[in-house]
Every structure is written in C-alpha cells, then in structure tokens.
Design a protein around this ligand. Sequence first.
Ligand code: FAD
Length: 574
Amino acid sequence: MIESVDTDVLVIGGGAAGTNAALKAADKGARVAVVVKGLMGKSGCSIFASHLPYHDTSTEQKGHDRLRYSVRYYNHYLTDQDYCLRMGKYMRTEFFPDLEKLGVYWRRGEDGRLMATATRTPTIVSHKQGASGVIIMDKRRRAILGRGIPVHEECAATGLLQDGGQGGGRIVGATLLDLKSGRFFAVRAKAVVLATGHSDYLATRSTGTREQSADGIAMALRAGAETANLEIQWWHISDVLEPRSWMRYHLYPNPLLGTEETSRLYNQAGEMFYEQRTHSPASSAPYVEQIRRLAREVMAGKARWDGGYWSGYDHIPAETIMAYQHQAKIWGKLGLDVGKDRIECGITMHMRQGGIDVDTQRMTTSLPGLYLAGGIGSHYLGGVGPVSYDGKVAGEAAAEEALGRPDAPLPAGAVADEEKRVFGFLQAGPAGPDAVRPIAAKLRIREIMWELGYVKNEAKLNAALDGLLQVRAEMVPRFRLESASRAWNTGWQDALDVAAMLDACEATVRSGLLRKESRGPFFRDDYPFVDNETWLCKTLLRREGGEWRSRTAPIPTPHLKPEKLREPFFDADY
Ligand SMILES: Cc1cc2nc3c(=O)[nH]c(=O)nc-3n(C[C@H](O)[C@H](O)[C@H](O)COP(=O)(O)OP(=O)(O)OC[C@H]3O[C@@H](n4cnc5c(N)ncnc54)[C@H](O)[C@@H]3O)c2cc1C
C-alpha cells in the first residue's frame, strides 16, 4: 500500500506562479501543499527576472502602447486580449503593493510614485536590473514557510492522478518522488494547480536549469490535456558564451535604469547590429527582433549562433552601469572592464510562448480539477508579474472549488501504474553495448533540438522528429543506471527527465510541422511570411491511446488586429 497525504489544493512548482497560487489559495482558507522539484523560490526561471512591466494607463496613448506591447510584441497576437487587460489591471493595482508588504523594495519618487523607466512601455526593477527575481522569490519563500504551508522540496511530481484512470476523469492528486530519499508517495487533493514553468533545458544552450525538463507538459499530455502553440519558442541572443556554465547570464537588451541608452550588439566586423532604443523602441523585451537581426548577420557570415558576436555597455559611462546593473559585476569576474570591453555571446533556447491550453477566466483546463498558472500555460508568454496574476486567479479558483467538494478516493490502480513506471527505470548495470546511461539520451535530445535551432523547415523538423523517435525506440529501452540507490540518484532522475523531455519535444516538433507560416520567434524558411489570414490561431495537439490528434482554433482579436493579412517575415516587427 503506497503512502498518501491529503490536502485541499496541491500546487506543483515553486516559481512566481506556484508561490502566489499557494499564498492566495491559503488566504481563501484552503489547506495547501506545495511540491517543488528544486528549492522553492530558488528554482525555475523566476529568479532570473529583471524588468517588471508597469501597466501605466494614465493616458490613452500609454494604455494603447502597453496593450499593443502585450499583444503584438510579446505574444505575436497569440494571446487572449481580455486576459491582457485583466492582468494589466492587476499589475497596476496589486502586484507591486502586494510584494512591498512582504518587504520587497521598489524605488519611489518624492511624490511616492513607483519609479519606472522613462520609456514607452515603462518597467520597474528591484532594486538593480537583473536582481528583481531573486529578491521577490526570497520574500515569497519566507511568506510561505512563515505561514506553515507544507512544502515538499527537491521532490518531483511524476504524474497526475485521475479518478477515471490515466487519460480520463477528474484530477484528484499527484504522485511524488522525493529525490533526496527516493520516497514515492501520493498526494490526494481536491484541486491541483500545475505551475512548472516554461523555460526548460531542452537544447544544448538553454536558459532553463537542470530540473526543468518539461515535466508539466508531459504530465498534462499523459493525462489527456491539449497543448497549444508549443512551437512558439523564444530565444535569447545576448547570453554569455564562455564559461559555458554562465550561459544563463543575460546581458539585458531592455531599457536600462539610470540612462536613456541601451546595450548594443556587434558582429565580428565590429559593426553594431542591434540596440533596443533604435531598433525596437516600442518593445521593452525585444527578443524577437534581436534574433531576426542576428539571423541576418549569420546569413551574411558576420556572426555565428554560438559566438562571433559581442554585447556591451562601453558607450555608457561605467559608473551608471555599475550603479544600476547587477550583471555589470561579471565583467570584473572575467578580468574585463565594463566601460571598455564587450562580452562574446551565443543564443540560448529561452521560454516558450505556447504551453497547455487554458481558459484564462479561472485558469481551468479541459481536465476537471486541474488548474494552470504561469509559463506552463499557452495563454501568455510569461514574466514574473503576469505569472503571479495567474497564480492568484488559479489559487483562488482552486481553493473555491476544493472547499466545496468532498474527498475523492485515491485511484489505487493509477498510483500503482505510476509506481511501476517510475521504478521501472531504477535498474543498475555495467556500461556496455547493451547499456545506455540516461544522461547520454538527455544530451542527445538537447543536441537534436539545438540542431533544429532557429531556422526551421519541413526537412529539419522531420529530421528532429526522426531523431527523437530514435532516442525513444533505441536508447530508452536500454537504460541502465550506475547505481540502484534510491537516494539522490541523478541517473534515475535523468531517466525520468528523458521520458518527459521526449514527450514535450515530440509535441513541440509536431506542433511546428502544423504551423505553415513564420511568426514571432518561430521562423520557417519554407514559409517565410506571417500569415494572419490562416494562422492567427492555436495549433492544438493531444495524445489519445498513443495516437497524436491535432486541430486548430482561431484566436479572437477584440481590441487589436494586425494591420496586414500577410507580410514577409523579415519585414514584420512582431
Ligand atoms: C534568463 C531569464 C530572464 C528573464 N527575465 C525576465 C524579466 O526581466 N522580467 C520578467 O518579468 N520575466 C523574466 N523572465 C521570465 C520569467 O522569469 C518567467 O516567465 C516566470 O518566472 C515563470 O514563472 P513560473 O512560476 O511559471 O515558472 P518557474 O519560475 O520556471 O518555476 C517552475 C517551478 O516548477 C518546478 N518544477 C518543475 N518540474 C517540476 C516537477 N516535476 N515537480 C515539482 N516541481 C517542478 C521548478 O522546480 C520551479 O520551482 C526571464 C526568464 C529567464 C529564464
């Protein structure tokens, strides 16, 4: 008999979305438990956040600029526009004061107003650029621990439990594997909030950290949920190239605090090819335009995807950068001078715009009892503020539902099946021709997705799909671990990660094959145009009895519409 614990609301994930969901569900009087694969408030990508959009609507122009930014530049029209307005109101009225109560410091002017950058789409930071996420998440962590909410850390949710068996019925909890001890147990919950993020380590260079293996996408797919627009995958281009362990160190291209200048990017001939203030003044997170400009440099042989171009602040007084920019310290660590030197960069696979399909009114999914919050959803790209809004909506809705429901029995058969799957990977054996270490499969998957890269087409997508199917068929059945220990067995974790990564990557590639256009960060050189006539829609995928089913669904544009029905990809600015 497998051990189980009970709660009203189970929150899976300890980033900005999960922590706010837990706090808001607890505020409603629900018993809450949190499970986090890493450490709560210190894992996932929330800690990397720097710029927090300030949704200023004090003039009609400002309101228009902000909505346009959310809809056009940040989500390429693939978002719910009414959600954008509701989320903007939350950012304007609740987000900053809520965190201030927890002790986060925001710079305020003498009139008491929050100090934002003097740009068309203003942003706020705490208190230096590049440091906001760490500070916010530390305060949220303390708030949750201080309220005595049970937290299972370094413990992974492995599967969602359904009362009708796998692939059917209501979500009534999840199975957990404590990575420290190997303890496998179930949590019985009246509602579950899935908040596992969107910056997964799925390519050789990635902003996602080790524990981010797209588990949420895989768990939801296995339970029968639909994914939407998984192919809309953002890339960073100004992340440090060397040392490799610093590939998540991001030299922000966004508007800088304390100056009207922004960072610049230079090709190998020393020519400047991108700066936000010149090339995308209306977009304070200009990543889509940045990579398009880098693509032109790569095509012209003036840069590579993995180096041969540089970023820097040497046109800005060093004192300004040192005062306001947390990242400035890395120049010193590399023996460089931020006032004179530039740092070589490479691209990294960044966060996903798509995810699991969700109804944003209450953050519900097609599976009763399952709520989503944050980057895991397909509704909005993310950001610490928006995902906190999701956490609030999902946490409150899940608590309301849970408080009105009786306990459901634990589906013993589903728990036993999941135990068999998880422990099926715990087999040690000597290295040899019949044995594959799971890390080898993990590296191969990342290599396949890296080779697929930014410039895609039918042949490359099919090659990636074949590669993934090959890993599934030929490597996974031969997995043997170095040790069968249950405690901190990283080989065992890798095997479980591979299973999730294969599901998520296969769905991503299949979703890419469906979309026959280019949009935002998604570029197909066999369809090099934005096609709003046919493809302003969701590409939806789910798996039924092992078969993939796909469909598309239009995305309404009630407030903002793209001006052109069709335009060349490199002419578009979103
Ligand atoms: C380099 C970088 C820079 C960024 N800059 C900004 C910025 O300037 N401003 C901004 O607003 N946003 C920024 N973002 C985006 C922002 O950080 C994200 O959109 C947001 O933090 C996502 O929050 P989340 O809670 O959905 O996911 P995450 O913060 O990624 O949290 C996911 C959580 O899920 C847990 N988890 C994963 N799998 C499991 C499992 N199987 N079981 C249990 N737990 C699991 C992880 O341990 C983690 O705690 C940046 C992101 C990156 C990567």
